[in-house]
Design a protein around this ligand. Structure first.
Ligand code: GLU
Length: 454
């Protein structure tokens, strides 16, 4: 087969949301999997609803997610321009082509596509027939995801409105013809348009592309389709919340596709190797923000330590937690113990802030949790203090000190962990406690423990 050419064809009429990003991604993956081309085409014919700002969000989000395009805005290519608003002359010429073939006719100021079902009636004859009701033979679509789909158009349809503007179906197909698109991968909401599109391809005398209609994404709660207004729907939000772009991309892959061995967090090269349209699910996918967060956490933990350190250092500096120069040494000790436990970069300032400032906040939820457990955290810290004070400041020695405190009081050594952690950090969780104490340093740790116990 000739080289695969796919396209992502967004309309810049709103923010870039999960559904659009997933459609773009499946196209990109298929292009990369097959060694084909990924075209970005901007469907900006709706002058009133398009905006430059939305266009920029799309381009930036795609770049952020690492979905590079081979042809399109900023890149060029042999089939441009890649903005529909710049292709008006082409659309007029293609309308003339259909009119000359007798496949388009004018009525009530609009231009209509004459369906194939009424093949070659004489020109005046077709004006007499009821243009609205013509039976077209049902067409069988062999959708790469949906399988066999039967559809029939039963009436001619408008391709150019009376105001002189071409309709979506027309420009979409003209561009797919001109851009030599071989596979149309798009949301299932477009399945109902496909028979019109196939009619148009045939009217141009061009073999239609292969179609792959990918499943809808349902909102996390309830039966409806995810909309731009739903929580967590916008890609920008994850960018702002410092999710790793590769984690967001990895999660999006799972919305309608499953890697072969069930291993869900995997490098993009491996996803590209495995991804194929025949494995895309028919059933709807459900958006799950918690799973996205989990994929992000696993990806963060899997980063090379230096990459994690660079990202974490930037996050902490931007949040005003650390200052270059002042905190570099401590930071170098803190970050390695944070990586295995932190769930998102967004949480780092809260997670590690206590290392760098004395006026750290105490998490009320952690305090409530300690209270709920029934014990007296201040009393526990008091009990543990003598053992810690006489201890060498290494992790094994600290562990032994907790054991000694337990032996003296008849408690489990771990009964001291949460109170001591809370005394030092104000948190209910965080890096491994023994590591926290070691990195924190003997004098600082003991002084916080004494202050808490007094
Ligand atoms: N501009 C259309 C959309 O945003 C493109 C549909 C298609 O991919 O054919 O949904």
């Amino acid at each position: 087969m000739s080289q695969v050419r796919v396209r992502f064809a967004p309309s810049p009429t709103g923010f870039f949301h999960i559904g659009s990003a997933r459609t773009a991604l499946f196209n990109w993956l298929y292009a990369r999997h097959t060694g084909g081309k990924f075209v970005l085409r901007i469907e900006d014919t709706d002058k009133e609803r398009n905006s430059e700002a939305f266009l920029n969000v799309i381009l930036e989000s795609m770049r952020w997610l690492g979905m590079d395009w081979d042809e399109g805005p900023g890149v060029g290519g042999d089939h441009g321009p890649y903005f529909q608003s710049q292709r008006t002359d082409l659309y007029r010429a293609k309308l003339r082509e259909l009119a000359e073939k007798g496949r388009a006719y004018e009525k009530d100021g609009a231009w209509w596509l004459r369906l194939e079902g009424a093949r070659s009636p004489a020109h005046d004859e077709h004006l007499k027939r009821d243009y609205e009701k013509v039976a077209s033979p049902p067409m069988v679509l062999d959708d790469l995801v949906r399988g066999r789909v039967e559809r029939a158009e039963d009436r001619d349809f408008v391709i150019f409105r009376s105001n002189g503007e071409p309709v979506f179906h027309f420009v979409n197909v003209v561009d797919d013809v001109e851009m030599r698109i071989t596979h149309v991968i798009r949301g299932e909401d477009h399945l109902s348009n496909t028979s019109k599109h196939v009619e148009l391809f045939r009217a141009f005398g061009v073999e239609p592309p292969r179609y792959a209609h990918i499943p809808l994404i349902l909102k996390s709660d309830g039966p409806g389709k995810m909309s731009k207004r739903d929580r967590g729907a916008l890609i920008e939000e994850y960018q702002r919340r410092r999710y790793l772009p590769e984690a967001v991309r990895n999660y999006l892959c799972l919305l309608g596709w499953t890697p072969a061995d069930g291993q869900e967090v995997l490098p993009i090269g491996e996803i590209i190797r495995q991804f194929d349209l025949k494995d895309v699910h028919q059933s709807n996918a459900r958006f799950d923000e918690r799973k996205m967060a989990h994929v992000n956490a696993l990806t963060l933990r899997g980063l090379p330590p230096q990459a994690f350190a660079a990202l974490a250092a930037t996050t902490l500096a931007e949040a005003g937690v650390t200052q270059a120069g002042r905190d570099d040494t401590l930071l170098a000790d803190v970050l390695p113990i944070a990586q295995e436990k932190v769930v998102s970069l967004e949480h780092l300032p809260e997670f590690l802030g206590f290392f760098f400032r004395e006026d750290f906040a105490r998490d009320p939820a952690a305090a409530a949790n300690l209270a709920k457990k029934g014990g007296d955290p201040v009393a526990r810290v008091k009990e543990a203090l003598p053992c810690l004070e006489s201890c060498e400041w290494t992790e094994p020695a600290l562990e032994a000190a907790f054991a000694a405190a337990g032996a003296a009081s008849g408690r489990k050594p771990t009964d001291y962990f949460a109170p001591v952690r809370f005394a030092v950090s104000g948190q209910g969780g965080g890096p491994h406690l023994l590591s926290v104490l070691r990195v924190f340093g003997r004098d600082r740790a003991l002084s916080r423990l004494r202050a808490y116990a007094s």
